[in-house]
Design a protein around this ligand. Structure first.
Ligand code: SF4
Length: 402
């Protein structure tokens, strides 16, 4: 099929549907969570004191993306409405959208499903955005585009496009296979597609890059093998690490991003004698930082356990779980159903990277003193799920129904 026209995303947040959408989204709210917030984020029950972090749950970007998906379903009722991948990474929210009849397109650039799209189809781009080539492919199909990309993600794109225009290679601190990092990597190639990028996941990988820049560690072949799938086409570390600019996936761990900045800046100084060819811009979003800072503050309390609530594939939630697990027994759960009973819990194992069933400590059911339990949730976790988990914790601790 010939391209019909280059189309712009439509604004679906129209007054005629937003009142209905507000009603739709009420299902994600919780009067209990609001009440706890009003009480100073503490809930005192017989034998248990529960602390909620100062900042937790839905961020503005996630709320907006869900609103847009619901509004699109209302506005284009009767048409085929597709979503690329997941709107955000939360199973409860995604199940609610599936129930509206939303269809799914795979997060695979070359999937033939995209060739079957026509001008009659509506396609929603998720909060993480989509790579440039995929967006162009959708535009060429003439579909009605609905864009829920978060403004904070777009700010990162602007930054890496600026690097590309100046001939600076983008070093993206992120997960190479995460949707947001893939979209950002595509933007870092600039308008002419000639810009370069390298995605690094952690300090270990940053050390490999720093060493390479100063003639240590991996040789070129080994370097390219080590970072296969994480670099732009034709990436040459001898050429493309000459001038670098740092950006990060919006949901990374702030302390790790700061350490990577220091490492790479020091590597450039060691090589060049100055940091003139090192650029950086902190692109971790405010919501991610707020939730991490609030968790650090919560962990100052003498907690017996910490519950982290959210989707297991949610990057910002996983980082919260890592922060908590270093300090206190931590249970990373996606729903209240994970709390199987007084002795067992289904939770995400950060080492094994899969859901496991673990025993709950004996003191959970038979505490010898008042228990202090911390609770927080990632930016994509709705309040109704948080409420359900709190109620289940209270129930398992032997408290009467809330
Ligand atoms: S976590 Fe940050 S970048 Fe992601 S949707 Fe929320 S506000 Fe946007």
């Amino acid at each position: 099929m010939e391209p019909q026209k280059v189309n712009r995303p439509v604004n679906v947040r129209r007054p005629e549907v937003m009142a209905q959408v507000a009603e739709d989204l009420a299902r994600f709210q919780s009067s209990l969570v609001e009440w706890i917030r009003e009480q100073g984020n503490e809930l005192e029950l017989p034998g248990v004191r529960l602390f909620l972090a100062e900042s937790f749950g839905f961020c503005d970007g996630v709320k907006r993306a869900i609103e847009i998906a619901y509004a699109a379903c209302r506005l284009f009722k009767g048409r085929r409405i597709w979503l690329i991948g997941e709107i955000i990474h939360n199973p409860d929210v995604n199940a609610s959208l599936d129930a509206l009849g939303l269809l799914h397109l795979p997060w695979k650039m070359d999937d033939p499903a995209y060739d079957a799209l026509t001008a009659e189809d509506v396609v929603i781009m998720p909060a993480f955005g989509v790579p440039v080539s995929l967006r162009q492919r959708l535009e060429a199909r003439g579909v009605t585009l609905v864009d829920s990309t978060c403004g904070n993600v777009i700010k990162v794109w602007q930054r890496v496009r600026t690097y590309a225009a100046a001939g600076v290679t983008s070093i993206i601190h992120g997960k190479a296979r995460h949707e947001e990092s893939m979209a950002t990597a595509s933007q870092s190639q600039g308008k002419d597609g000639k810009g370069n990028y390298l995605v690094i996941f952690n300090e270990t990988e940053a050390c490999l890059v720093a060493d390479y820049m100063n003639g240590r560690g991996l040789d070129k072949k080994a370097f390219l093998e080590r970072f296969a799938g994480c670099v732009s086409l034709g990436f040459d570390p001898d050429v493309h690490l000459a001038e670098i600019g740092l950006a990060n996936q919006t949901t990374m761990l702030k302390s790790e991003t700061a350490a990577i900045q220091q490492l790479l800046r020091a590597a450039v100084v060691e090589r060049d004698g100055s940091d003139a060819r090192f650029h950086m811009f902190d692109t971790i979003c405010g919501a991610t930082q707020d939730r991490q800072n609030a968790l650090f503050a919560l962990l100052e309390k003498p907690l017996d356990a910490m519950f982290i609530i959210g989707g297991y594939n949610s990057s910002n939630t996983t980082h919260l779980a890592h922060i908590a697990a270093r300090r206190v027994p931590t249970f990373f759960v996606s729903t209240a159903e994970c709390l199987l009973g007084p002795q067992r819990i289904r939770c995400y194992d950060l080492e094994k990277k899969k859901e496991v069933v673990r025993p709950l400590p004996a003191w959970f059911k038979h505490p010898e003193r008042e228990l202090q339990i911390g609770v927080t949730a990632g930016a994509s976790c709705p309040a109704n799920v948080i409420e359900a988990v709190i109620c289940r914790i209270a129930e398992l601790c032997g408290c009467a129904e809330l």
